[in-house]
Design a protein around this ligand. Structure first.
Ligand code: 4MI
Length: 405
């Protein structure tokens, strides 16, 4: 198998790279390798995996906007579902193509609509204020364990309508899902070794009977009552929500707290005008891109970056690299809450663009606005520890010190 991959050669004109985007060194600090991949060319051959990679904004956009050519139904991880059995039944949205994708997507669109967000806002804002006040009194805390993980867990399980029992499975399950998109490396093998209890709990919570009758979960099941999807499909759509709706925002909020702590001028600008909270969150997800990568699989010969790629090839989109591409972003490594962030790919793009983006932004906006009102200052208070995950970028430890407002 490994020999197979090593024997494969890129077509003429496509630069080859020995970089491993799933190695621990890469994941610890992806920026130098992102730059090397962007500068190597518009498309690069990853020797280690026998797959292509796109690290520039223009090519990532092209891929996102052409789901018929760059399909999701063969898996959005390295594994090709045409050749390998998926580790769980494929997602009805993430791992499907139009037109089948669209019917399931419509159910999630409604459950995560602006109307639903309006009904959640007051409770989210209240929880954010409560947490921010507690942390302001505390003075020193870990921005991940005591804030970025706490806030989503204060509001999301209740919004979904989950049972009070077993919520501790949510974050480990999501970390597992995101490790499983990667190659067969030590992170993925460790994920496999511990997944069973998380998978079991999650799958039980997807049932209509397990969900409160007034939450987002019940709204998804209402799509089955209306005949838009089957009961079993509704369960899989709840699974999508539980896969994508927790760890992602933990690391989005963590990224925002890190960026604000490291850029006191930007925190001061946010304090001066808390209505910038939404922009501060958006710029943080551009800069740190919690979901770093997804693959697509080509369905035909296609030209990408001036080269022709054959059918049935895996193409890695380096979303985090695209979000710092100097061809697109002036001073790309700078955290600037006044920057126009439109066009970033932290939520993907095209037909698959994050269906939960309004919910993510609601969490980001309400939490950052509350922090801006409760803290006079926030600064780093020791070394941050990077999260090591095949797909997610974030921190497992982020000590900060704050002064109460
Ligand atoms: C973008 S993160 C993500 C999205 C969807 C699913 C999992 C992760 C899913 O299971 O549908």
């Amino acid at each position: 198998m490994l020999q197979d991959v090593a024997a494969r050669r890129p077509p003429p004109g496509i630069p080859a790279s020995a970089i491993d985007p799933f190695s621990l060194d890469f994941l610890r600090n992806p920026h130098p390798a992102h730059e090397a991949l962007r500068e190597a060319g518009p498309v690069v051959w990853l020797e280690r995996y026998g797959a292509y990679a796109a690290a520039r904004h223009a090519e990532v956009r092209q891929i996102l906007n052409d789901p018929a050519t760059f399909c999701s139904s063969r898996g959005v991880g390295l594994s090709d579902f045409q050749r390998e059995k998926p580790w769980r039944p494929p997602s009805l949205v993430l791992e499907r193509d139009p037109p089948e994708h669209d019917r399931a997507r419509a159910v999630l669109n409604r459950a995560l609509s602006a109307t639903v967000m309006r009904s959640l806002r007051a409770r989210f804002a209240e929880a954010a204020e409560e947490l921010a006040e507690t942390l302001a009194r505390k003075g020193r805390f870990d921005a991940i364990a005591e804030c970025a993980e706490v806030y989503p867990m204060m509001v999301m399980p209740d919004a979904v309508g989950l049972s009070k029992e077993g919520r501790e499975h949510l974050l480990p399950y999501a970390a597992t899902v995101f490790n499983m998109f990667g190659p067969d490396n030590e992170l993925r093998r460790a994920a496999v070794a511990q997944m069973a209890p998380h998978v079991e709990w999650i799958s039980a919570q997807c049932k209509r009977e397990a969900l409160a009758d007034n939450g987002i979960g019940a709204m998804i099941h209402a799509g089955a009552d209306a005949g838009e999807v089957t009961r079993q499909e509704a369960e899989l759509l709840v699974r999508s929500l539980l896969s994508a709706g927790f760890d992602t925002t933990v690391h989005g909020l963590g990224a925002a707290m890190r960026s604000l702590a490291e850029n006191p001028d930007q925190f001061a600008a946010l304090r001066a005008d808390p209505s910038k909270a939404r922009a501060a969150f958006e710029e943080a997800v551009r800069l740190e891109t919690p979901v770093q990568t997804f693959f697509r699989t080509t369905t035909r010969d296609v030209e990408l970056g001036g080269a022709t790629i054959g059918e049935g090839e895996k193409v890695l989109m380096l979303l985090g690299a695209a979000n710092r591409d100097p061809r697109k972003w002036p001073d790309p490594d700078r955290y600037d809450i006044d920057r126009p962030t439109s066009g970033h790919v932290a939520f993907g793009g095209g037909v698959h663009m994050c269906v939960g983006q309004l919910l993510a932004r609601l969490e980001g906006e309400t939490l950052l606005a509350a922090l801006a009102r409760s803290f006079a200052r926030i600064e780093p208070d020791g070394e941050a520890a990077p999260l090591l995950n095949n797909t997610l970028r974030g921190w497992t430890r982020l000590p900060v010190r704050v002064t109460a407002a």
